[in-house]
Design a protein. Structure first.
Length: 264
């Protein structure tokens, strides 16, 4: 199965699709650093991805008809600021809203299926009309579509990351589609990172795992060297206080790991 990935970022969703059996004909991303990551991982991991197109999705949309007839899936996580609660939620009035551009790509490429991802703010009642508008446009193209809010931790991800997913397929294909069922085992941050934290023989790793597992809000830990803070931090939420009580001296840990790796 062949896919096109819009707003690919560093390739998280593309990698998931790759592991699900898709090959990418093209990945479109405007950020230079993200594109370098895509190219590096493609080369080192042997993913067999096609072109990494560094540029604006609006420009790609003008030329996307060249992929018509040879793509099964158009996927992407279009920018979330227009719908995020962290912003002004201007929706379609926000110039960063790329849903219309994504639909242009779908119309020109004519894939069998579409998958678009965004923040849970899009699922609020005030954006119902906009979701309906997108669905109506897909219906006019011959697709049946459905929206659903998913929680990443329900599928084995050690993070509370709610996301709205839109799936659209041709009528004949959609009758065979079902949403995945949540998994029974919940993976915690402490368990997920333990092998990395303890890899150099750090004596505090076990205690760190136990304390990390007691933190209910699971967010990505940012090393203090990146965050400019005296300890690890998370997002702008109360769980950051809990993580602040679990400082890790990252430079010291890395020096220790380098020392151990050089020992016979």
């Amino acid at each position: 199965m062949i896919a096109i990935e819009m707003c690919a970022g560093a390739g998280g969703q593309a990698l998931g699709l790759h592991e699900a059996g898709f090959q990418h004909a093209a990945l479109i991303e405007i950020d230079r650093h993200a594109c370098e990551t895509l190219r590096l991982n493609n080369e080192q991991l042997g993913l067999g991805w096609g072109d990494v197109i560094e540029g604006d999705l609006k420009e790609f949309a003008k030329l996307s008809a060249g992929f018509a007839g040879r793509v099964d899936l158009v996927a992407g996580g279009v920018p979330c600021p227009p719908f995020s609660k962290a912003g002004q939620q201007l929706g379609h009035k926000d110039e960063r809203d790329l849903f219309p551009i994504a639909l242009q790509v779908v119309k020109k490429v004519k894939p069998r299926a579409v998958m678009l991802e965004n923040v849970p703010g899009l699922f609020e009642e005030k954006f119902r009309w906009y979701r309906d508008k997108i669905s109506a446009e897909l219906t006019a193209m011959g697709y049946k579509s459905e929206w659903k809010l998913h929680q990443a931790s329900d599928y084995g991800v050690p993070q509370l990351r709610p996301r709205v997913i839109l799936v659209a397929m041709h009528q004949d294909d959609f009758q065979h589609f079902t949403w995945p069922e949540p998994v029974s085992n919940i993976v915690t941050v402490g368990d997920a990172l333990y092998d990395l934290i303890s890899g150099g023989g750090w004596e505090g790793a076990e205690e760190w795992r136990e304390r990390a597992n007691r933190i209910l809000q699971l967010w990505l830990v940012v090393p203090r060297s990146m965050a400019g803070l005296p300890s690890g931090r998370l997002g702008p939420n109360v769980s950051g206080v809990s993580w602040g009580l679990m400082p890790i001296d990252w430079p010291m840990m890395m020096r220790y790991r380098e020392k151990v790796s050089r020992e016979p």
